[in-house]
Design a protein around this ligand. Structure first.
Ligand code: PEP
Ligand code: MG
Length: 573
């Protein structure tokens, strides 16, 4: 029966395909005493063999579709399944304790996991614990006869339905088959949503009920423009959305014509339209969408996509590839922004009550200066190959910026003294903490530029978790309080002859763009897929009108809705 779901529109486009449930199945079981040890051992044997066969297939597919590195994790899982100590212990438990294979497997693997996890200073062992947990799930699924989702094995068009998607889940999705996705949780600026825009996959997040409403194989329509999903649609609805998809395609073709044009307003003022990337692999999207620079390279993805800390050389290669790929256009690399919802399995961080307010980003870099210096050296080396800029994430105080900058200056000096070639690098900071925005006039003396990270600046200003759909009504980009912080930042930078960009998702938000033009924002950095529609919008707007609009929004408006109304009137919506 047809039913509808409403969520947050996360990535433009329409998808119509069968649902693929990326949901952990129920693996609960009862402990049983057994009498026939041989039969129980044979059940275990069968489940192990089936798990191995499945993993071999997944490994092959992953190597084929995603590359050898992504496939390696499955090799590690196969090794665990052949570990004589682990498997021997499970077999012994069945024999000696006369328990069912499920119970024996759980008890033994739990012991190994606890042992490895207790080695908190050994990242390798911590990772093995995670691997054993994954492998145990697979064996259990075979013992219990339930299906485990295997996204790497998807070989027909689907819409993924999940509670949430981690950045690594998203990275494993094969674009040829994954036509869209819908999640229960998350907001427009959660990382799953940002990734969906980078990958150009229509997506809805924060629907609350997707996993409890859809079943595997249900036909699903995802409208990533409006945030609407339809489960089991009627023929008429399918037709309606096929038309909508065709209209969207035609609109995109119109925007595509602006690919090689500069971004200028109706009255001839130029703005830089840049793109945000996670890895150098995203560069093609930037070029295809006519990006004039990279305004944010989220370097932490280099760390998150690896199984151990990337070396200086590995990082150097990635940064070099990015600046060379942009062919003289600027690439702003943000130093590692780990913490919050971005974890590294091999760099265990302390459990925290409020990870978004805790040990993260520049706070880690200033504490673990060994990691920070390695990254800075890689960046300095890459600067010889193109136009590179560096910015620090989550700066809250002048002292933090000065400390980070001093470490950078020290590494730079060492390289210059050693006769190594380094380029001219601008060093700036992300403006994403209200305390920093308020003191922007002081910070402006030390930075070369600001880049406003509205994804975090909004969550910290309104004390509303950016990934929590329950408080998403407080995620108010147009609220005059936020606009005042933005204006303060831009004005402070201009007073010192510096520039301000914005790399939060707001930079590509079609309601925010007119105001930001009026506030004098210099650079707009967004998901590459938003660039052309923003260029198209900017061409129609006059900066003098937008200045008046911005002035009214900052001084006269009381609420987010007041500002939306003002913008709609000004741009003639
Ligand atoms: C931001 O906070 O706006 C930002 C661009 O960084 P991230 O989304 O990676 O936190
Ligand atoms: Mg941020």
């Amino acid at each position: 029966m047809t039913s509808t779901l409403k969520g947050i529109a996360a990535s433009d486009g329409i998808a119509i395909a069968k649902a693929y449930m990326l949901v952990d199945p129920d693996l609960s079981f009862d402990k049983k005493t057994i009498t026939d040890v041989d039969a129980e051992s044979a059940r275990l044997e069968k489940a192990l063999d089936a798990s191995k066969a499945e993993l071999k297939l997944i490994k092959e597919k992953a190597a084929e579709n995603l590359g050898d590195e992504e496939a390696e994790v499955f090799e590690a899982h196969l090794t665990i399944l052949s570990d004589p100590e682990l498997i021997g212990n499970i077999e012994d438990k069945i024999k000696n304790d006369k328990v069912n294979a499920e119970q024996a497997t759980k008890e033994v693997t739990d012991n190994f996991i606890t042992m490895f996890e207790s080695m908190t200073d050994n990242a390798y062992m911590q990772e093995r614990a995670a691997d054993i947990r994954d492998v145990t799930k697979r064996v259990m699924s075979h013992l219990l006869g339930v299906d485990l989702p295997n996204p790497a094995l998807i070989d027909s068009e689907v819409v993924i339905v999940a509670h949430d998607l981690t950045p690594s889940d998203t990275a494993q999705l094969d674009r040829r088959y994954v036509k869209g996705f819908i999640t229960d949780i998350g907001g427009r600026t959660s990382h799953s949503a940002i990734m969906s825009r980078t990958l150009e996959i229509p997506a809805i997040v924060g629907s609350e009920k997707a996993t409890s409403s859809a079943k595997a194989g249900d036909m699903l329509i995802i409208d990533g423009l409006e945030g609407d999903a339809i489960i089991d649609p009627s023929d008429d609805q399918v037709k309606e959305y096929q038309q909508k998809a065709a209209d969207f395609k035609a609109q995109k073709a119109e925007w595509d014509k602006l690919k090689d044009e500069k971004t200028v307003s109706k009255d001839g003022v130029h703005f830089d339209l840049a793109a945000n990337i996670g890895t150098p692999d995203d560069l093609q999207g930037v070029i295809d969408n006519g990006g004039e620079a990279v305004g944010l390279f989220r370097s932490e993805f280099l760390y998150m996509n690896a199984s151990e800390l990337p070396t200086e050389d590995e990082q150097f290669e990635a940064y070099k590839k990015a600046v060379e790929g942009m062919n003289g256009k600027q690439v702003v690399v943000r130093t590692m922004d780990i913490g919050g919802d971005k974890e590294l399995p091999y760099l265990p961080l302390p459990e925290e009550m409020n990870p978004f307010l805790g040990y993260r980003a520049i706070r880690i870099s200033l504490d673990r200066t060994d990691l920070f210096r390695t990254q800075l050296r890689a960046l300095l080396r890459a600067s010889a190959f193109g136009k590179l800029a560096i910015m620090f994430p989550m700066i809250a105080t002048v002292a933090e910026f000065k400390k980070a900058r001093a470490i950078y200056d020290d590494e730079r000096q060492k390289m210059v003294d050693a006769g190594e070639k380094v380029g001219d690098i601008q060093v700036g900071m992300m403006m994403e903490i209200p305390a920093a925005a308020i003191i922007a006039d002081k910070l402006a003396k030390y930075v070369d530029f600001f880049s406003i990270g509205t994804n975090d600046l909004i969550q910290y200003s309104f004390a509303a978790d950016r990934g929590n759909e329950k408080v998403s009504y407080l995620y108010q980009p147009y609220n005059p309080s936020l606009l005042r912080l933005i204006k303060r930042t831009i004005d402070a930078s201009h007073a010192e002859g510096k520039w301000t960009g914005m790399c939060g998702e707001m930079a590509g938000d079609q309601t925010a763009v007119p105001i930001l033009m009026g506030l004098g924002l210099d650079e707009f950095s967004m998901s590459a897929t938003s660039i052309l529609k923003t260029r198209s919008l900017m061409k129609k707007l006059d900066t003098n009108d937008m200045k008046k609009l911005a002035e009214r929004a900052v001084t006269d408006a009381e609420t987010n809705d007041d500002v939306i109304k003002m913008v709609n009137e000004a741009v003639g919506k």
